[in-house]
Design a protein around this ligand. Structure first.
Ligand code: PA5
Length: 421
């Protein structure tokens, strides 16, 4: 299958500048694959995952599908964004409008990704009469948001199903540490383990994402195949490696004062994939006073609100377009629209919007990268995840930070807990 590609021809970076990065990138690649750094277990995970565990994930997903109408996924940050990204990218956009009873798959709702009493109260109000199963995902098992939401839904299950409620609880957590582990062992919930050597934001292709994603019939075997192919495709150590190019261009632009990377997609299904990317880059690079600030704009929507700032505002950013080459569906524009649109494909017009924006921005000297994604499928989801994870790790090494820790997040967690106490 055609791999995802990076187009840097409009990045306003020349070959000599790129060449200057070759040795550092080779060294970074060796370091990444050597396993000498903690939390690099994700690097070869797609080619070494446990087949028996995968089988157990698929069987559990089937059980959950047969058990519930509503599936609540509880988690925050790296423990939910990957799942949300996959479900939004690969499911029908308007599933919520179809009749629940006729659906093969349960409805998914996310909880514990905020501490809003209104959000959780409204969610419980709407789902409490349905058949419910829940999956709580927390590597540490101590995160405030997921801990609170888990207690709310545990109570709901207990009130609804009594002791049988625990048969509807699925847990993904550390194999030894944390209160969630203790409770899981005590109550005998069905559980899966977050690998020790993989951090939250790099964990979507482990049980953390695979179980909840599989519940929706999304092909996780193809997803792992896409990631496995990406492992091979992006493993070679020369400058034609798209991960090398992307990491180098980001670093060059950052040094030129381009402190913000604006991710842009013309396909709304990519919105949460971009949110996942934001976490990946933000948490991996934002430390020691360094880091490119990742933001996301949905096009053409945000052209009507942010287009002016991009075109003529403070030029401290560069753009990275997530371009879907072959969209799933299309629609022909009928009579009744302006004559110039009639009979044309909506996707063609969307593509022209992308080209038009690029040309206008280039005229004003705005650097632009394009990530060409052949299509929105499970396979390419796996490729995209792997491509961005690897690029981010290389980019972090170039920046001189540890792309696998998050000391700042730990700081806020501690200070919030102190105040709550
Ligand atoms: O990437 C990370 O490490 C974080 O975003 C965590 O995933 C997030 O804070 C949730 O942590 P936990 O899975 O321990 O509940």
């Amino acid at each position: 299958m055609k791999p995802l590609q990076v187009n840097i021809k409009n990045a306003l970076v020349n070959q000599d500048e790129l060449k200057g990065y070759e040795d550092r990138l080779k060294a970074a690649n060796r370091r990444l694959h050597s396993g000498e750094d903690d939390y690099t277990g994700w690097v070869d995970y797609p080619i070494r995952y446990d087949q028996n565990e995968l089988e157990r994930i698929l069987q559990t997903a089937e059980k959950i599908r047969n058990q519930c109408e509503v599936f609540i996924v509880i988690g925050i940050g790296g423990s939910y964004l990957g799942t949300k990204a996959a479900v939004e990218m690969l499911n029908h956009s308007f599933n919520n409008l179809s009749n629940l009873k006729e659906e093969k798959y349960p409805r998914i709702f996310f909880a514990g990704n905020n501490i809003s009493g209104t959000y959780h109260n409204e969610l419980i109000e709407k789902v409490k009469e349905k058949e419910i199963s829940i999956c709580v995902i927390s590597k540490s098992g101590t995160t405030t948001e997921s801990n609170i939401a888990f207690s709310l839904f545990k109570k709901l299950l207990q009130d609804k199903y009594g002791d049988k409620g625990s048969e509807r609880i699925y847990v993904i957590t550390d194999k030894e540490k944390g209160i969630l582990r203790e409770e899981t062992n005590e109550k005998g919930y069905t559980d899966f383990i977050v690998p020790d050597d993989i951090g939250g934001r790099y964990s979507v292709l482990t049980p953390v994402g695979l179980l909840p994603i599989a519940v929706f019939g999304i092909d996780i075997i193809e997803m792992l195949k896409g990631a496995g192919d990406a492992y091979c495709e992006y493993n070679h150590s020369d400058l034609s490696n798209p991960c090398f190019q992307y990491a180098a261009v980001r670093n060059i632009l950052y040094k030129r004062g381009k402190l913000i990377e604006v991710f842009e997609a013309y396909e709304p299904k990519l919105r949460y994939f971009a949110e996942w990317i934001k976490q990946l880059f933000g948490e991996s690079e934002g430390k020691e006073g360094k880091g490119i600030f990742p933001v996301y704009l949905q096009f053409s929507t945000d052209l009507h609100s942010m287009g002016q700032l991009l075109q003529e505002g403070n030029q401290i950013f560069f753009e990275t377009v997530l371009n879907v080459e072959n969209p799933d569906r299309d629609i022909i524009i009928p009579e009744g629209s302006l004559e110039v649109f009639q009979g044309k494909s909506m996707n063609d017009i969307n593509a022209k919007a992308m080209e038009g924006v690029l040309l206008a921005h280039l005229e004003d000297g705005i650097p632009n990268l394009r990530i060409d994604i052949p299509g929105l499928s499970s396979y390419y989801f796996g490729q995209m995840v792997y491509f961005f994870e690897k690029s981010c790790a290389l980019s972090g090494y170039l920046l001189g930070v540890n792309p696998f820790d998050q000391p700042g997040v730990e700081k806020y967690k501690k200070s919030m807990r102190k105040l709550i106490k």
